[in-house]
Design a protein around this ligand. Sequence first.
Ligand code: 5GP
Ligand code: ZN
Length: 141
Amino acid sequence: MSDDCIFCAIADGDIPGRIVHETDTTLAFLDANPLAPGHTLVIPKAHHERLNDTPPELAADVMTALREVTIAVEAAVDADASNVAFNNGEAAGQEVPHLHGHVIPRFENDGGHPIHAIAGDTPDFDDDELDAIAADVEAEL
Ligand code: 5GP
Ligand code: ZN
């Protein structure tokens, strides 16, 4: 529990949420400002700000819950597909600093965009630059 965290307050039952799924470690509830019918958030009950600081087993629990919720939400609102994504950090658009995965139902010709639309100016790398970036990432793992 983190003081002043709205999602911790929902997880603790201190403020109401339209809860649709719960496990020992995760909770899913409707987004209060949905981008589509059935827009749902999946959180770990424990307060972790980003995927980066979430323990691996808990991150796996969130992924498992995301999968189950995605299947249920698509069925409930008769969606054709969904975007399942995290805004992972403030610079990426994260406004609530408690890890949450979005399940956003999508419909044929709904006027939305693929996840590629989130980027600003896109870079244009040559093969050598891509090789160098891949090597840098691999070295961090
Ligand atoms: P973010 O930009 O942090 O990835 O997304 C935060 C999401 O949380 C937004 O889609 C917003 O509508 C939702 N949200 C913010 N406050 C509340 C709340 O009190 N209850 C619920 N159910 N959703 C909230
Ligand atoms: Zn929290």
